[in-house]
Design a protein around this ligand. Structure first.
Ligand code: NAD
Length: 496
């Protein structure tokens, strides 16, 4: 029990140093078995000419201790500075962002006194992979990547989290009624993993209605697991409706390294005034203590902190006449918590994690399952502006060209922004200069869900591309069409 865990600590910018000093003071008083090692990241490092805001020795420390307790940093104004959080998250594979948010009624004003939600958000994939292209004069695209290993790791973490911390229910939020393949995979993985945790109620909700319900009835939710973009939005909705944006901490969990921080920024407007609320960083520290297996210390900090809030010692951001007793500064708030170490709250919800629980959550490795992959065609995306813009013209021409050139692929349909415009399109459909032309084997029958696809080979696709290019068409992108164990690995066009 006396073994100390080395942790890397970044005191940050703005209010960072003040709230970090407060948090460390409290951790020391609670008997946290930690050995902090300090690094410089953020503004100073950016301004020294490092566009990432983090240098070699800092990376070395984080990768060695595997734990980063981080105060907020300031990204200097002006171009060229990369987001430090994104750099750390991506470089170290921090796949899960965990944000517990609860109400502290009546001490912090909220319409939802019973809310107590944990958002587990995927952190590396989805539209945030940052793969964007402008393909034509009219059209840009961003690639949405949802992977099986990424989804498995995250969703398993969410279930392990629920099991470890006695949470009863997990809601998976996606939009797989529209994105059947990407969000569909996330949902499918959720269903597969849920079976292994029968004691946890698992359900699913479409993200749009889910977000609306979270905003109006947050007390109905427990743990929410969701891909990156939805998670980004819903985490902020949850923090906002709790009324306690300044109180929440978050964990960014990786398979080796993890990072813990408050959800707010460096608040330069109040920096150096000893008035910032250190609660967000205190809560981040509690998440860190649980992660490194010190639930006994986490409990002490949590209860003493709640007791302080209950006793009405409040920093300016949450001070409300009638509910607050003393307006305190950052350092005084920390001292008040230290004085209450060993005491528990009377009104606010007490800690309910057994101190003997092993709170170190481990996520098992990924085993790739084999699947037979069969090439059955290709989507060629073509930049074309016709006079007039008529799908019949490009469709008829591509059919004629490919017939003349021979080969194993024929035009099945053309879509424009996903809507089928050839054959049998509507003249009302708006047309851009971006045409997705689907080619399959001529004997592929019939259209629709029950299609019997025939295999083709890669040289059929290159032959087709050469034919189009030689006839003046600009192919801006191709996507091969595959079956996986006989199942279609591509969506149908709207109206296909
Ligand atoms: P902010 O969260 O720093 O501040 C928003 C408002 O909330 C301000 O009025 C501020 O005074 C107040 N506030 C924030 N934390 C508080 C606390 N603990 N106690 C009392 N009041 C608090 O957001 P911002 O102003 O948009 O950003 C300021 C800087 O922080 C920017 O440089 C931004 O890039 C950076 N930032 C860093 C992180 C991070 O390091 N994780 C996150 C968000 C923003």
């Amino acid at each position: 029990m006396s073994h100390k865990t080395e942790i890397t600590v970044a005191r940050g910018d703005g209010i960072g140093p003040e709230i970090m000093d407060a948090a460390l003071r409290i951790l020391a008083a609670a008997g946290a078995r930690i050995e902090p090692e300090f690094i410089d990241i953020g503004k100073k490092v950016y301004l020294a000419g490092n566009s990432a805001g983090i240098d070699g020795p800092a990376w070395e420390s984080i990768r060695r201790t595997r734990i980063l307790l981080k105060a907020p940093i300031t990204t200097p104004q002006g171009g060229g500075y990369k987001s430090l959080n994104v750099t750390i998250r991506k470089s170290l594979g921090l796949f899960a962002n965990v944000r517990p948010v609860q109400a502290f009624n009546p001490y912090v004003e909220t319409h939802y006194p019973d809310m107590d939600i944990v958002i587990v958000r995927e952190n590396e994939e989805d539209l945030y992979a940052g793969i964007e292209h402008r393909q034509t004069r009219d059209v840009t695209q961003c690639l949405k990547l949802i992977t099986r290993p990424g989804s498995e790791k995250l969703i398993r973490y969410a279930f392990e989290y629920a099991r470890t911390y006695g949470r009863k229910k997990i809601t998976c939020m996606v939009k797989d009624n529209i994105m059947k393949i990407t969000d569909g995979l996330f949902h499918q993985v959720f269903d597969e993993i849920a079976v292994e945790y029968p004691e946890i109620e698992a359900n699913q909700q479409i993200i749009d209605i889910g977000t609306a319900r979270v905003a109006t009835a947050p007390e109905r939710y427990d743990v929410i697991v969701t891909p990156n973009l939805y998670g980004d939005i819903i985490s902020d909705v949850v923090a906002e409706v709790s009324g306690s944006v300044g109180m929440a901490g978050s964990a960014n969990i990786g398979t080796t390294v993890s990072m813990f921080e408050a959800i707010h920024g460096s608040a330069p407007d109040i920096a150096g005034k000893n008035s910032a609320n250190p609660s967000g960083l205190i809560n981040a520290s509690i998440l860190m203590l649980l992660h490194i297996g010190q639930p006994d210390v986490a409990e002490k900090v949590h209860n003493a902190w709640l007791r302080t809030i209950e006793d009405g010692l409040h920093t300016a951001d949450i001070y409300r006449p009638g509910h607050s007793v003393h307006l305190v500064g950052t350092a005084e708030f920390a001292e008040a918590i230290v004085e209450r170490m060993g005491r528990a709250p009377e009104r606010l919800r007490k800690w309910n994690i057994d101190p003997s629980t092993d709170t170190r959550i481990r996520v098992p490795g990924y085993t790739r399952q084999p699947a037979k992959k069969t090439l059955v065609g290709a989507d060629l995306f073509v930049d074309w502006v016709g006079e007039p813009m008529d799908a019949g013209v490009i469709g008829g021409d591509l059919e004629r060209l490919t017939k003349e050139a021979g080969g194993e692929l024929k035009l099945k349909m053309i879509t424009n922004r996903g809507v089928k415009v050839y054959p049998d399109g509507f003249p009302e459909t708006f047309l851009t200069d971006h045409w997705r032309c689907r080619f399959v084997h001529p004997e592929t029958v019939p259209a629709g869900e029950q299609t019997d696809y025939r295999p083709v080979v890669h040289t059929d696709v290159t032959h087709l591309m050469n034919t189009l290019t030689a006839n003046g068409y600009e192919v801006i992108k191709t996507e091969n069409l595959y079956l996986f164990d006989g199942e279609r690995g591509f969506s149908l066009g709207q109206g296909e």
